[in-house]
Ligand binder design. Structure first.
Ligand code: SF4
Length: 387
């Protein structure tokens, strides 16, 4: 099997080595952040506390927010700033509608693909030197992020940081952005060394992506840079650490899996439709979803298949009932956004990466689905209260 972009078990039968590597590297990220980024986080927490803007979250989450800001600014600011006029609000709303109204998703996706290429990624947006951010530019880029539908959660968090930065002098801002840039640079170099073997196909895949995905709604999702893959790998691990304590308090748990994990096509799969997604009916013994469902009976979790870009608010806690823990699985390009969304809906969540991406809709240009899977040992570790 030739993976389209990333692959977590190169030359191995499983991705155990990846999980060792990611934990070691994430420790290094936190250590590196301690000298420059964590002090910014502490100041930000004081600001949030003083103005009662939110319940203070774990430090790992805020570190991830600043690292994401540094990397996404590098990757998209030049494009976003070259877009002066675009239907930003309509496009941001469309991203929400496609989650809430699955029956009109194909129509919205068609329109989104056209609008994205016409307005958000115009042909004339030249890659120039990435500017040191100003507050006005951050406002504009956040609007662009929301309109893409790919970075809504990041944008909501950056807007809060932007409010904090609004209390700073120009000199202080320059110092803050220099610290973030320095951290981003370090991450770029070190993550390329640490994850080289896991993401070596990404650049090859991106070579024709501009042409292949033009006019498509998943153009941005499928054109993520290698650096963004590394960000999301570390992001998934940072999130798991940040959300762990709350997740461990839950007794009822559900594992969310994507449709591309099934051994049969959507048309042939016998899974039963429920409000939140699809429940496997066990029509094929060797189907991986069915095997997970069987495992869940022993390890106390249910399994639900959810479509891409589905409405995660359906997993919000119900009043008067104990919170349900969610373990979400998805490919590298979408997992972190989903994790943050679940957090916003107050869902105690953990995540596990698919070992590779395989759905033909987004990734397989030869038009064959490759059933996906994640590391089952990692799932058991996550689900175990002792880990
Ligand atoms: S075993 Fe379950 S998930 Fe797999 S194809 Fe059958 S019903 Fe669908």
């Amino acid at each position: 099997m030739k993976p389209a972009t990333y692959f977590l078990k190169p030359g191995q039968t499983n991705s155990e080595e990846y999980y060792k590597d990611i934990r070691t590297f994430t420790d290094a990220v936190i250590l590196k952040a301690a000298g420059s980024i964590t002090p910014l986080v502490e100041e930000f927490k004081d600001y949030l506390r003083n103005y009662k803007l939110e319940d203070i979250r774990e430090t790992e989450e805020y570190i991830l927010e600043l690292l994401s800001f540094g990397i996404l600014w590098r990757s998209y600011a030049y494009q976003a700033l070259s877009v002066i006029h675009a239907p930003f609000i309509t496009m941001a709303r469309m991203a929400e509608w496609r989650k809430k109204h699955q029956h009109i998703k194909p129509f919205i996706d068609f329109s989104k693909g056209i609008l994205t290429t016409l307005f958000l990624l115009p042909k004339n947006s030249k890659k120039t030197q990435v500017p040191i951010p100003t507050l006005e530019q951050i406002d504009h880029v956040c609007k662009w992020f929301e309109a893409t539908g790919e970075f809504r959660e990041q944008s909501l968090r950056f807007i809060r940081w932007r409010a904090f930065w609004g209390t700073k002098t120009t000199g202080e801002l320059l110092k803050i952005f220099a610290e973030i840039e320095e951290f981003t640079k370090w991450f770029d170099i070190r993550s390329s060394e640490a994850f080289e073997k896991y993401t070596e196909n990404v650049e090859n895949f991106l070579m024709n992506a501009d042409e292949a995905y033009r006019w498509r709604e998943d153009r941005i999702q499928c054109s993520r840079t290698r650096l963004e893959y590394h960000l999301n790998m570390v992001g998934a691990e940072l999130m798991n650490r940040a959300f762990r304590a709350e997740f461990l308090q839950t007794k009822n748990r559900v594992v969310l899996v994507p449709g591309c994990m099934r051994s049969k096509s959507t048309e042939e799969c016998k899974a039963k439709k429920v409000k939140e997604g699809l429940i496997c009916e066990g029509c094929l013994a060797q189907c991986r979803v069915n095997q997970l469902r069987e495992m869940g009976k022993k390890h106390n979790f249910e399994v639900c298949i959810i479509p891409h870009a589905s409405d995660l608010s359906l997993w919000s806690p119900h009043e008067g009932r104990p919170k349900r823990g969610v373990i979400a699985s998805a490919c590298v390009t979408t997992l972190v956004e989903g994790g943050w969304e679940l957090k916003r809906y107050d869902v105690p969540a953990q995540c596990v990466l698919l070992d590779y991406s395989g759905c033909k809709k987004h990734w397989c240009r030869n038009n064959n689905d490759i059933p996906t899977m994640f590391n089952v040992r990692e799932l058991k570790r996550i689900n175990s209260d002792a880990f």
